[in-house]
Design a protein around this ligand. Structure first.
Ligand code: ZN
Length: 59
C-alpha cells in the first residue's frame, strides 16, 4: 500500500464574503424606492453561513 501525502482539502474562501463569513450591506430605507443610506450593517453571509468557506458542492 503506497503512502500518499494525505493533504487536507484546502477550504475554498467564500466568494461572496471573501472568507470573512459576513458581508456588509447597505442599509436601505423606504419600502418602494429603497433609497440607500450611508449606513452599513454587517450581515451574516448567507452563502457560507458565516463559516467563510465556500459551501461544498454536491455531497
Ligand atoms: Zn460567505
Amino acid at each position: 500500500m503506497a503512502m500518499r501525502k494525505n493533504a487536507k482539502p484546502k477550504p475554498v474562501p467564500c466568494p461572496d464574503c471573501d472568507g470573512k463569513g459576513e458581508t456588509s450591506e447597505t442599509v436601505r430605507v423606504g419600502a418602494r424606492k429603497g433609497r440607500a443610506t450611508d449606513d452599513r450593517q454587517a450581515a451574516l453571509c448567507l452563502t457560507c453561513l458565516g463559516t467563510g468557506e465556500a459551501p461544498a458542492d454536491g455531497a
